[in-house]
Design a protein around this ligand. Structure first.
Ligand SMILES: CC(C)(COP(=O)(O)OP(=O)(O)OC[C@H]1O[C@@H](n2cnc3c(N)ncnc32)[C@H](O)[C@@H]1O)[C@@H](O)C(=O)NCCC(=O)NCCS
Ligand SMILES: Nc1ncnc2c1ncn2[C@@H]1O[C@H](COP(=O)(O)OP(=O)(O)OP(=O)(O)O)[C@@H](O)[C@H]1O
Length: 286
């Protein structure tokens, strides 16, 4: 039986929103993550807890659903860019209300918001590559209604002359597509548990992301420690191997000592889990 178009949109949007929220929760619970909030504790953060991250993730489901509904089978144009910019900013306000003013998921709303919109534009399914390319098209369009604020992330990208959250999206998420997703699937193929495969994917991101959260809190010293430490974990055989686990514990202590938290890398892991699920589900439907 063929579904009525409106039911298809509602059901598809609901599924995408639930999936995006679940990926944020999976990312937050994954342990042990260096410097980040996880099931063990607060990492390098004094104002974040796992319960807060989960409350924040749930508060974003209506935002993701509205993004999907509004983007369904629409082309990438200025009108859509403005709509999702408005919905994204409203989502940030809902997040801030749910967390009493703590920034838990700003970068994640940006990345996952664009990806949810991109899947919806393609009718609720598709391959990871095509979805990331569509999200990049949206990210490259100007949003004139955006307030001209000088954020911490923007300041770090200027000071260190590196790409940040905007550029990662505009370049079609190279850390997700060229590093994390291939690593996630390789580690699974090698027989690693899902937890170890996800930790390896996070390490793959951290080997080269210029994470502005780390740069803002710990400068280039923090960024180098993150990238070198993540490389050491993968070179030691990954998080499933005892030597990799020792390297991961070392990286965690270093990040804590430097007060560094790779929040951008965590967002890219959530984006990776989302694209992985959408692609696998789309392939099953064919
Ligand atoms: C683009 C955003 C993320 C602002 O980025 P900016 O670099 O100015 O700064 P800010 O410090 O507020 O947040 C950056 C966040 O991105 C993440 N991040 C940091 N570095 C990176 C990186 N190299 N790659 C990807 N993400 C990163 C971190 O979580 C960080 O907290 C976003 O808040 C925004 O402008 N949203 C507008 C609403 C919109 O248009 N939404 C559309 C899609 S829903
Ligand atoms: N598990 C996680 N633990 C910590 N941060 C995460 C996690 N998952 C995602 N993040 C991201 O990290 C960002 C938090 O970074 P950051 O600490 O720089 O925020 P801030 O409140 O803007 O700055 P600061 O805490 O330095 O004042 C969030 O926006 C979120 O996107």
């Amino acid at each position: 039986m063929k579904l009525l178009p409106q039911i298809q949109v509602e059901g598809g949007a609901e599924w995408l929103a639930r999936t995006a929220t679940q990926c944020l929760i999976d990312e937050a619970r994954l342990s042990p993550k260096p410097g980040l909030v996880d099931s063990r504790g607060n990492g390098a953060h004094h104002d974040l807890t796992l319960a807060l991250m989960e409350r924040s993730a749930h508060s974003l489901t209506p935002t993701f659903q509205a993004l999907a509904q509004q983007s369904w089978q629409r082309p990438a144009d200025i009108a859509l860019r403005q709509t999702i910019g408005r919905l994204g900013r409203e989502g940030e306000q809902q997040m801030m209300a749910a967390t009493h003013g703590v920034n838990t998921h700003r970068g994640a709303i940006w990345a996952l918001g664009l990806l949810v919109s991109a899947v919806a534009m393609q009718g609720g399914a598709g391959g990871a590559q095509q979805i990331a390319a569509t999200a990049a098209e949206l990210a490259k369009l100007p949003d004139d209604a955006a307030p001209k604020v000088f954020s911490k992330g923007l300041r770090a990208t200027h000071r260190y002359r590196v790409p940040g959250a905007r550029e990662e999206a505009q370049q079609a998420f190279p850390h997700v597509m060229q590093r994390a997703l291939p690593q996630l699937r390789l580690s699974r193929l090698r027989g690693s548990s899902e937890t170890h495969a996800r930790l390896d994917a996070l390490m793959a991101i951290m080997t080269s992301l210029t994470d502005t959260c780390v740069l803002s809190r710990a400068g280039l010293e923090g960024l180098d420690a993150m990238q070198d430490g993540a490389r050491a974990v993968l070179n030691a055989g990954g998080s499933a191997h005892p030597a990799g686990q020792a390297a991961l514990a070392e990286l965690d202590s270093q990040m804590l000592a430097l007060n560094a938290s790779p929040g951008g890398a965590a967002d890219m892991l959530a984006a990776t889990l989302f694209l992985d699920r959408v692609e696998i589900t789309s392939n099953r439907r064919i």
